[in-house]
Write a protein that binds this ligand. Structure first.
Ligand SMILES: *Cc1c(COP(=O)(O)O)cnc(C)c1O
Length: 231
């Protein structure tokens, strides 16, 4: 896609985000856009960065690292993919936020690596609310133990929750999951005395409903960059 078209689509998304926030009586500034650039070329990222987009999300470690090495240092990178245990070393300290912490084992491994590097690493916990086997995310039942661990961690800074709801053609069907994640965050805030400011939920097909239900970070790829794998 040409540069001006990408910028146009990005502006339209920002506009729709702000409208969704206002509909819900929220400040548009309380919702930030993570531009999901996986499988799109570094040139498209640079185009948007120069237009004013600061945060980009990537799913694949090797692809992300090669883009990070090519692009301006001021870009804030988020890791949103499923994190394999053997990739932990490549990820800690290089991404401003890791969205998908979904097990105690992964959290321990991230903590060890952050300690080894002497860095603090911001993380989100991905919750699998629908119990879908093919998706990652911790079950609600597993959440208290992970929350306990993160609360006590000095190197992992737990910033909130992340959700990939089941796929529906109609975004209204995803809405109850968004509302459930918001309630869960509220329960954890009072239970663990943490601010947990971030709710990462909403993608191309359902970001407006997610914002109406409280999203603070929406992860949008296709709506901005077009279909993946066609570049
Ligand atoms: C790819 C991806 C997105 C973006 O999806 P789109 O439908 O292209 O907006 C968001 N979140 C995660 C975790 C992803 O893997």
């Amino acid at each position: 896609m040409d540069r001006s078209r990408i910028i146009e689509r990005w502006r339209a998304v920002l506009e729709q985000m702000a409208e969704a926030a206002r509909r819900a009586g929220r400040e548009p500034g309380g919702v930030r856009l993570l531009a999901v650039s996986k499988l799109h070329p570094a040139g498209d990222i640079l185009t948007l960065f120069e237009a004013g987009q600061a945060m980009f999300g990537e799913n694949y470690v090797q692809e992300a690292l090669s883009k990070i090495s090519l692009l301006p240092r001021e870009i804030s990178w988020h890791f949103i993919g499923h994190l394999q245990p053997n990739k932990v070393k490549s990820v800690v300290g290089r991404f401003s936020l890791i969205h998908g912490v979904d097990s105690l084992k992964l959290a321990r491994s991230l903590q060890r690596q952050a300690e080894a590097l002497g860095v603090t690493q911001d993380v989100l916990v991905q919750v699998n609310l629908a119990g879908e086997e093919q998706k990652s995310g911790i079950s609600e039942a597993g959440l208290p133990a992970l929350a306990e661990f993160l609360t006590g961690s000095s190197t992992l800074r737990w910033q909130g929750l992340m959700l990939m709801p089941p796929f529906f053609d109609d975004p209204e069907r995803a809405r109850p999951y968004f509302a459930r994640l918001r309630d869960l965050a509220e329960t954890l805030r009072s239970g663990f005395g943490l601010p947990l400011p971030e709710l990462s939920m909403g993608m191309t097909g359902d970001f407006e409903a997610a914002i109406e239900e409280g999203a603070t970070l929406v992860r949008i790829g296709t709506r901005i960059f077009g279909e993946r794998g066609s570049n």
